[in-house]
Design a binder for this molecule. Structure first.
Ligand SMILES: C[S@@+](CC[C@H](N)C(=O)[O-])C[C@H]1O[C@@H](n2cnc3c(N)ncnc32)[C@H](O)[C@@H]1O
Length: 308
């Protein structure tokens, strides 16, 4: 089992195979975490290869600074700024872009980050703790309707309305400042129990996605990844829940089909807009052995596409 504040990379061999790494290529790991994928990528690169890593988490960036390798650089940035980050360091095109979405175990395990209902800590949940509103701040100010909508949409929680009402009632008594307080409020409001799942799971997931604007960030990075990819460059995305995967799947499908034209338009075949991506293989899921060794891999799915 991974030790606290470490992270076991998910679908490691599969993601590396998907990137079809060229030893002299330039690659971007948009989600460095604790560098599991980055380290493996570096091992496959020759002296001319380059790897740029991004993470919006300061602790991840600090871990990346420990890698002393002139082929490697890490930048504290959101992947939503991918194109600008690459331009700022003089890189136009790359051979591969990797996104391994969600949180690292290091983030979940650190009580101070407030991501886990299993660990007592401040209700923070920001991946980038240098800016933005914490989950506690958002819960203190949002309307009951907004809270219910976030929990329903991002947590797919049937009892979103009851949870939001319980949160609003509780915050009139005292601020909801800790993970344990929120977990207790949710447990009392969610009337049924799902086997093997804490009643707070869905609400915590929803708040985390909202606080970090995770789906919006994903929608922003995907077109930029396509733009920075060289012809035949690869985009590999590992997602962990259906909301993310739907965005990735839809994006890759749209980009791999020519823009649909109304039938009968007098346009020659060669003048039709060309698809920018070609799908590579089927979605890849972890093996049973991987899930047994690392339960966090359970819901992972890897999708791959190539720039035309
Ligand atoms: C699942 S972990 C990556 C683990 C990594 N592949 C490894 O093997 O160690 C996801 C990482 O992505 C980072 N992250 C999530 N959203 C981000 C964003 N919009 N921009 C930059 N980094 C982000 C998180 O801070 C976290 O460190």
């Amino acid at each position: 089992m991974a030790t606290p504040l470490q992270h076991t990379p998910v679908l490691l061999d599969e993601a590396l195979a998907a990137l079809s790494v060229r030893p002299d290529g330039t690659y971007v790991d948009c989600t460095f975490g604790r560098g599991g994928h980055s380290q493996a990528l570096l091992e496959r690169l020759g002296p001319e290869g380059r790897l740029i890593a991004l993470d919006r988490d300061l602790a991840a960036v600090a871990a990346g600074k420990d890698i002393i390798d002139e082929r490697f650089a890490i930048v504290h940035a959101s992947f939503a700024d991918l194109r600008a980050v690459l331009a700022a360091i003089g890189i136009g095109e790359v051979e591969g872009v990797l996104l391994d979405l969600g949180m690292s175990s290091a983030q979940i395990e650190d009580p101070e980050r407030g991501f886990s209902f299993r660990r007592a800590g401040p209700l923070d949940m920001r991946m980038d703790s240098s800016k933005g509103e914490t989950a506690a701040e958002w819960l203190a100010n949002a309307s009951e309707r907004e809270i219910a909508e976030v929990i329903r949409r991002y947590g797919e929680e049937r009892f979103a309305k009851s949870v939001a009402a319980a949160i609003v009632a509780a915050r009139t008594r005292e601020p909801i400042a800790s993970t344990q307080q929120l977990a207790a409020i949710v447990a009392a409001a969610v009337r049924t129990r799902e086997a093997g799942q804490d009643p707070a799971t869905r609400t915590f997931q929803a708040l985390r996605i909202h606080v970090n604007q995770e789906l919006a960030q994903l929608s922003l990075v995907l077109p930029q990844a396509v733009e920075v990819l060289r012809s035949r460059g690869r985009l590999a995305v590992i997602s962990f829940h259906s909301l993310e995967d739907r965005i990735v799947k839809q994006f890759m499908r749209d980009e791999s089909q020519r823009d649909r034209m109304p039938l009968g338009l007098p346009i020659r075949q060669r003048d039709l807009p060309q698809a920018r991506l070609r799908l590579v293989g089927k979605p890849v899921r972890p093996t049973l052995q991987e899930v047994e060794a690392n339960p966090r891999a359970r819901s992972a799915v890897l999708r791959v596409a190539e720039r035309t």
